[in-house]
Structures are given as structure tokens and as C-alpha cells.
Ligand binder design. Structure first.
Ligand SMILES: C[S@@+](CC[C@H](N)C(=O)[O-])C[C@H]1O[C@@H](n2cnc3c(N)ncnc32)[C@H](O)[C@@H]1O
Length: 456
């Protein structure tokens, strides 16, 4: 089937369609969509993540697309929930929330934040006090061994640090599985790299490799306790937000959104606000390997491989050596770019254009399945807001937002508009590698919101 390209939609038109009640003429439709802002906002600041947007962006979406928030409880979906920006914002606004996330560490953080809405604060206080007591008296350190299956080029923790880490896990084992135990895991996960011999530069690498010294000594318990105290204060603040009773509900599914038909009723979602992985090969799973293994969320290497397979677009490393992967749908414009990529640097074998074309094709095949599932989940007239970046692969630009818009129209969704949010982005590795070879593209990196509406 040939898909016609819609002409670009003028920003004024998009604004008109969004009908923001607070908007001054000429002001941007969405406030800062970057996660940076989340670092200051209670609850959202617990776990850093490449999030695509901030809580205020989600609030702007509620203002724009939820017609009568006081009369009805809406259902808000995030198919790629990450650490829960959309989910927490929905709960704070009194809406029910549904999230899907394949990374068990992100899903844990998302679940723990959602549970904080109704957490027993006295129980949390009591457990923090017991941990503080234990860490001061006797069980500061413990014997233990690093998790099965976890390998690192240099010791992940230095010996003095590791003994305390084992002390933390000895305490954790005294807790029953509960929302409070989850908060302890999230607190540890969010600070563990800071006292390890690794660092994010921006992907996880050894400190010496990044020119930094090893961390020989650290106060592990002090770091975890400081984080727990922030989480405790934020939880109280969250519970103080006046939301309609009974509390809104959140369902977080640690599973592939493409399988959502198993747990999500068709036509049950009023608004989806999401940011799928970008076409930049960022490896969410590898970056959280220490969290996944140390928190016992992953034990087998085969589980790791399976997560790589489920990730939207797979990864360049997993598809580059495969037989040519073709688009499973027709899109002439995209096909032309993929063919050009495939013909670039053919002398480099799997490291040349063929491998990258395979990655891009598998990304869009997965996006096709994502948009089919999204369309199925939305009520008639329901809205989907998708934040995504463009991409430059082997010197060839792919306007990902426009391709998603075209794919969406094949699945009963109407492309209401594309709004550019940010023009500057940190270059992704695939862009840098192109620059290194001197095949610079004149294109710039930017991010956009693709706004879709389910045709009634
Ligand atoms: C850009 S991040 C979203 C971050 C989110 N907006 C937040 O607030 O944290 C994309 C997320 O999609 C997840 N993901 C990738 N493939 C998935 C799939 N098939 N189903 C569900 N989640 C997936 C990744 O693990 C990653 O956390």
C-alpha cells in the first residue's frame, strides 16, 4: 500500500487544534519537555532516566486533551512508562494510569512511585529507623557474594564499599515483599553507581576509563539513607495533593506493550502520553545491568538477551549481522532513505550501511506494531501524544516523527499535528560515528510531539 505524505502542519494550526486555555499568543505549546526539570520535582526526581519529557509536559497534555477533568476520571496510558513521569502525573491529577515497561528496574521504580500515593508512612518511617539503627550498630557490613551472572571489567565495588553493600542487602532480606521494600530497592538503585567504580559518560563505563579515580571508600548507608529521607518527604507531599477519593488506580505491567492485548481492554484509554526509545541505539538495558543484577531483577544471561529482543527496534548490535531486514509495510519515502543507508560504506561489512539499515527497518517494523496496539487501546476520539527525536544514520537523516505520523494513519489514527519541542539534542553515538568518518550531515537533531487522534 502506498502511503501519501501529509504536508507539514503549521505550528499556528497545531496550537489552534490544541486549544490550550492558559496559553498566551506566541508562547510555546508545551513547556520544557526535557527530563532535566524532573530532577527538581518531588517523586519524579527519585530515579534519573532518559525520559523524553518532564512532568510539566504531561500536565500540559492533560490541559490540552482532557476536556472535563472535574467531571470524569480518565484513563491515561504510557506504553513505554520508564520510571513513570506520565503515570505519577496522571495519579496526581486524579486520573487512573496504565503503564507498560520491559525494563524490570524502571518498572520497579514506576511501581514504587505509583504505590507511594497510598503508602503507609508510619511503616516507611519505622523501616527507615530500623535500617539506620542496623547500619550504625553491628550490621553495617556483611558477608556476601556478587550476584550470579553479573560480570564487570573491573570490580564494580571496591572491597570496603562492597562489604557495606552486602550489609544493605542483609537488611533488605529481613523485609517482606512490600511497597516499602520496593522503595528501599529503588533508593539503593538510584545511588549505587555513585559509590561504584563505574560512571555514566553517558553510557555506563569504568571510572578509570573516563579519567576518574576508583571509589575506594564510601558511606553506602549514608547515601541510601539520605535518598530514603528525600523519598519519605516526597511521599508525604504526594499524599498531601488533594485528589478525588477514592485514590486513582495505577496498573504497571512489566511487559512488552505489543502484548498489551492480553491485559488491556480495547477502547479503554482516553489519553496516551509516551516517548518510545529513539532511533539512536541507546541501550537502556545495558545501562541498567548493575541495577538489574544487584537488585535480583535479572539472573540469567538469556533474560538479558530476551529484553534486548523486546526493546523497540532491537539493537544495532543484535540485528546488524542478520540477513537483510525489510520493512513489513509500504512507505516509499522511508524506503528510499533505507536503501541509501544500505548502500553506504558497503566495504565495512556488518559495520557499514547494511547493519544500520537492518536496525532502522526493525525499529520501524516495531513502531508499526506499537501504533497498531496504541490505536486498539484508545477510545474513539482518544488522543495519543508521542515524543520522539529525528535521527541521522550514516549521514542520512530520518524524520522519525513524520514516519510515525504516516504509519499511524494506516491504523485508524488521524495525524492532528507535529509540534517541534527542542532543537538541540546531545548527539547520539550513531551520529558521532558518522561525524568521525567525515560524512557529516547538514541535518540537525530535534525532538517533536506527534499528536494523534483515534478516528471515531
Ligand atoms: C524514552 S524511555 C521512556 C521514559 C519515560 N517517559 C519516563 O518518564 O521515564 C523509553 C522506554 O521504553 C522502554 N521499552 C522499550 N521497548 C519496550 C516495549 N516493547 N514495551 C514496553 N516498554 C519498552 C524502555 O525500557 C525505556 O524505558
Amino acid at each position: 500500500m502506498y502511503v501519501e505524505t501529509s504536508p507539514p502542519i503549521a505550528p499556528e494550526k497545531v496550537r489552534e487544534q490544541l486549544r490550550l486555555d492558559y496559553e498566551e499568543p506566541g508562547s510555546p505549546v508545551f513547556r520544557d519537555p526535557a527530563f532535566m526539570e524532573n530532577k527538581q520535582i518531588p517523586v519524579h526526581r527519585w530515579v534519573p532516566w532518559i525520559a523524553g519529557f518532564s512532568a510539566s509536559f504531561v500536565e500540559d497534555c492533560f490541559k490540552a486533551f482532557i476536556a472535563s477533568p472535574r467531571r470524569k476520571r480518565y484513563t491515561v496510558l504510557d506504553p513505554f512508562a520508564g520510571v513513570g513521569t506520565t503515570i505519577v502525573s496522571a495519579l496526581k491529577a486524579g486520573h487512573n494510569a496504565v503503564g507498560f515497561e520491559i525494563n524490570p528496574y524502571a518498572a520497579l521504580a514506576c511501581q514504587a512511585k505509583a504505590a507511594a500515593v497510598a503508602l503507609d508512612l508510619a511503616d516507611f518511617d519505622d523501616t527507615i529507623a530500623r535500617y539506620e539503627y542496623a547500619s550504625r550498630n553491628g550490621s553495617r557490613t556483611a558477608e556476601g557474594s556478587k550476584p550470579d551472572g553479573f560480570e564487570s571489567r573491573i570490580p564494580f565495588f571496591s572491597p570496603q564499599v562492597e562489604d557495606q553493600v552486602f550489609g544493605f542487602f542483609a537488611f533488605l532480606r529481613t523485609l517482606d515483599a512490600s511497597p516499602v521494600a520496593d522503595l528501599f530497592k529503588v533508593a539503593f538503585g538510584s545511588v549505587m553507581v555513585s559509590f561504584s567504580n563505574y560512571t555514566y559518560e553517558p553510557s555506563l563505563s569504568t571510572r578509570p576509563g573516563a579519567g576518574k579515580p576508583l571509589i575506594e571508600e564510601a558511606d553506602v548507608h549514608g547515601a541510601v539513607l539520605a535518598k530514603l529521607r528525600i523519598m519519605r518527604a516526597d511521599t508525604e507531599a504526594l499524599q498531601g495533593v488533594a485528589v478525588r477519593k477514592p485514590n486513582p488506580k495505577a496498573l504497571i505491567h512489566c511487559m512488552d506493550f505489543m502484548e498489551s492485548a492480553k491485559v488491556l481492554k480495547p477502547r479503554s484509554v482516553d489519553l496516551a502520553v509516551t516517548s518510545p526509545p529513539y532511533l539512536n541505539n541507546y541501550h537502556y538495558i545495558r545501562s541498567t545491568r548493575p541495577h538489574l543484577y544487584w537488585l535480583g531483577l535479572l539472573t540469567e544471561r538469556s533474560d538479558f538477551r530476551q529484553l534486548e529482543e523486546l526493546n523497540v527496534g532491537k539493537y544495532w548490535q543484535t540485528v546488524r549481522g542478520q540477513a537483510p531486514i525489510y520493512l513489513g509495510f509500504e512507505d516509499t519515502e522511508l524506503q528510499v532513505v533505507l536503501d541509501e543507508i544500505r548502500e553506504t560504506r558497503t566495504d565495512m561489512g556488518v559495520y557499514g550501511g547494511g547493519g544500520w539499515a537492518n536496525y532502522a527497518a526493525s525499529y520501524f517494523n516495531d513502531s508499526d506494531r506499537f501504533l497498531a496496539s496504541l490505536s486498539r487501546s484508545l477510545v474513539d476520539g482518544g488522543t495519543g501524544v508521542i515524543v520522539v527525536g529525528n535521527s541521522i544514520i550514516q549521514g542520512h537523516e530520518i524524520k522519525v516523527e513524520q514516519v510515525l505520523g504516516r504509519i499511524a494513519t494506516r491504523h485508524g489514527l488521524e495525524l492532528t499535528g507535529i509540534e517541534e519541542l527542542r532543537t538541540k539534542r546531545v548527539g547520539a553515538s550513531i551520529t558521532k560515528s558518522t561525524v568521525r568518518r567525515g560524512e557529516q550531515s547538514n541535518a540537525r537533531l530535534y525532538e517533536s510531539a506527534v499528536i494523534l487522534r483515534r478516528r471515531p
